[in-house]
Design a protein around this ligand. Structure first.
Ligand SMILES: [Zn+2]
Length: 100
C-alpha cells in the first residue's frame, strides 16, 4: 500500500510498532520529514484491540492466602476451558502470562 506524506508529499513507509500493552499495530512513517500517521484502517485495528482488552478486565478475589482470578465466560468458551483445569502462569516484566 502506498501513502504520501501530507507534509512533504514523499512516499511513506508502513512500519510496525507496539502499544505499551504489547499489541502490535501498523503505521506510516515519512523517511524524509519523520511525519507519522495512522490511516483509518490502522486506527480501527488499534481501537479494536483496546476494546478487546477492556472486555477482558478481571477482578481478583481472595481465596485462602492466595488470590483467585476470574476468567470471563467469553474466554472460557473461546479456549474451551474446564473447571479444575490447570494453567501455567509465567511471570514477565510487564505482567503475568497465562498459558492454557
Ligand atoms: Zn514527509
Amino acid at each position: 500500500m502506498k501513502k504520501k506524506c501530507t507534509k512533504c508529499q514523499k512516499r511513506m513507509k508502513e512500519l510496525k510498532a507496539k502499544t505499551p500493552e504489547g499489541f502490535s499495530y501498523n503505521y506510516f512513517k515519512c523517511d524524509s520529514c519523520g511525519e507519522e500517521i495512522l490511516d483509518m484502517n490502522q486506527l480501527h485495528n488499534v481501537a479494536e484491540k483496546y476494546r478487546e482488552m477492556k472486555k477482558f478486565h478481571a477482578k481478583l478475589s481472595k481465596w485462602g492466602m492466595s488470590l483467585g482470578l476470574r476468567i470471563p465466560k467469553e474466554l472460557v468458551d473461546r479456549y474451551n476451558l474446564n473447571n479444575r483445569e490447570e494453567v501455567i502462569m509465567i511471570p514477565e516484566k510487564k505482567g503475568i502470562k497465562i498459558i492454557i
